[in-house]
Write a protein that binds this ligand. Structure first.
Ligand code: C5P
Length: 291
């Protein structure tokens, strides 16, 4: 039975560390990463319609192509094909997150579209089938489908249990420069990193920040070469009182700072320089979830 209106959030994906541990013959890189999903999110809504249609709104809507190559429409077509759905949907994507910014925007939107349309079309596809559809859309779409803290392996598609995370606050800052993920991977040089040894849990955010400081985002240095403003963002975050760790997420240019409390993070984000996009808040969803 068709439902009248469905809504789904597409939370940002933040890589607390990202090691590039190898490369496949097809060029894709092998990763080891720990991801969390803050409250910062795009929003998708959909109503039943005979055809598939997408409207993009929101602060960053104008920077995004709403044509057939948009990942939301590609996700919708892929899901309809696999499930044999002939109905359509009129989808609105409220683009609140900066695009091409290392926090998984397009992947998060595609994953949210899969969740949203599964509800709208009353589908009950088994999780492995949805995972396969997601992976065809992008290496990190499967983890965005789950949208819970996770360890990522393989090319980002192998999702497993993360350490149990403490409660913490985080600030996300983007300097307003779009970065191409393939360009950043291509600019990476030097040997590959080892995978990380992570504990079963971090008792508090200070211990988590200490543990993470021994790890890295291997894409940060090449991204700074392509976009020097990232270094300014990191310096600004590190200068904020209470910042325990500052690092770039994904292939950039968005960076995050870790703080003890969500309230402190919110206040810090409120003081970000004009022209930069910033979000601050708390992470409480540290509980382990089944995979
Ligand atoms: O899979 P996705 O479309 O998100 O990846 C975009 C590009 O990023 C790929 O074409 C590839 O150049 C690069 N990439 C990579 N290794 C990964 C993920 C992405 O080299 N694990």
């Amino acid at each position: 039975m068709l439902q009248p209106l469905q809504a789904e959030l597409a939370p940002a994906k933040v890589n607390l560390f990202l090691h590039v541990v190898g490369q496949r013959p097809d060029g894709y890189h092998l990763l080891d990463s720990l991801v969390v999903f803050p409250g910062a999110a795009d929003q998708l809504t959909a109503v039943p319609s005979p055809f598939l249609a997408l409207t993009v709104t929101g602060r960053f809507g104008a920077t995004l192509d709403d044509g057939p190559d948009n990942l939301v429409l590609r996700a919708a077509r892929a899901l309809a094909d696999v499930a044999g759905v002939t109905a359509g949907a009129s989808i609105v994507l409220d683009k609140r997150l900066p695009v091409a910014s290392g926090i998984g925007g397009g992947s998060a939107d595609a994953a949210a579209a899969l969740r949203l349309l599964s509800q709208l079309w009353s589908l009950r596809l088994p999780r492995p089938i949805l995972h396969t559809i997601a992976l065809r859309l992008g290496a990190d779409v499967p983890v965005c489908l789950i949208a819970k803290p996770a360890r990522m392996g393989g090319i980002g598609d192998q999702v497993s249990q993360p350490p149990v995370l403490p409660k913490f606050g985080a600030v996300l800052v983007n300097p307003g420069v779009a970065l191409s993920t393939p360009a950043v991977f291509a600019a990476r040089t030097g040997p590959f990193s080892d995978g990380a040894a992570l504990p079963a849990f971090w008792p508090d955010v200070a211990a988590m920040a200490r543990g993470l400081s021994g790890l890295s985002n291997d894409l940060q240095a090449p991204a700074i070469l392509l976009c020097p403003a990232i270094a300014d963002v990191l310096a600004w975050l590190r200068a904020q009182p209470g910042c325990l760790l500052a690092r770039m997420s994904g292939s950039g240019a968005t960076c995050f700072g870790l703080f003890r409390e969500g309230e402190v993070a919110r206040a810090v984000a409120g003081n970000a320089p004009p022209g930069w996009w910033a979000w601050g808040g708390g992470f409480t969803d540290g509980a382990a979830s089944p995979y």
